[in-house]
Design a binder for this molecule. Sequence first.
Ligand SMILES: N[C@@H](CCC(=O)N[C@@H](CS)C(=O)NCC(=O)O)C(=O)O
Length: 212
Amino acid sequence: MTITITAFERSPDGGKGLARDTRVRWALEEAGQPYQVRLVSFRAMKEPAHLALHPFGQIPTYEEGDLVLFETGSIVLHIAQRHAGLLPQDANARARAITWMFAAVNSVEPPVLEFANARLLESDKPWAKERLPLVADRVRSRLKQLCARLGDGEWLDGAFSAGDLMMVSVLLRLRPSGILDEFADLAAYVARGEARPAYKRAFAAQLAVNTA
Ligand SMILES: N[C@@H](CCC(=O)N[C@@H](CS)C(=O)NCC(=O)O)C(=O)O
């Protein structure tokens, strides 16, 4: 069945791979699944046709036959459960990999987004200078904990999994700030993710859209 995802017609990051369709493209590449992309403008995202797919008027969405999904955690989990390559066979290891997916979106992404927003969207506010260090420290504290758990491991729990895919995708948003480089093991972990051929194909595909 044909898989269709949605992505920005023009990503605000100009193709740096930070828009969340990249993580879905990456999962599909890891799973060896072909897919089509429907590009949407910011205006179209808020119109009824797209709101029927995504109640919050965002990208990405995922369509496969009658199935429509939104939320990248759910989309990546769906892909990982239906195709080999993103979740271990062993039931407990599988549950732990899924736990890391949740950790990425529930425990790491919120402070990362708060920090990114403080840097990019709120920098002109009178309180920005005072707030930014607080928000940065909240990120540092999460990264320190994550770094301690990763230790000198290659991935978070044994072989590469959808948990790593989600975590690397979330951490990549920190790259422009330089904060990731304060944690050498995490920076190397993210670089390992980016070095995967499937990530490179996903990145190139979104870049092609944004440089066309
Ligand atoms: N929690 C959602 C977040 C989706 C999201 O924030 N999408 C962004 C692009 S990366 C978007 O559509 N932003 C435009 C908007 O919210 O109007 C997910 O993981 O899918």
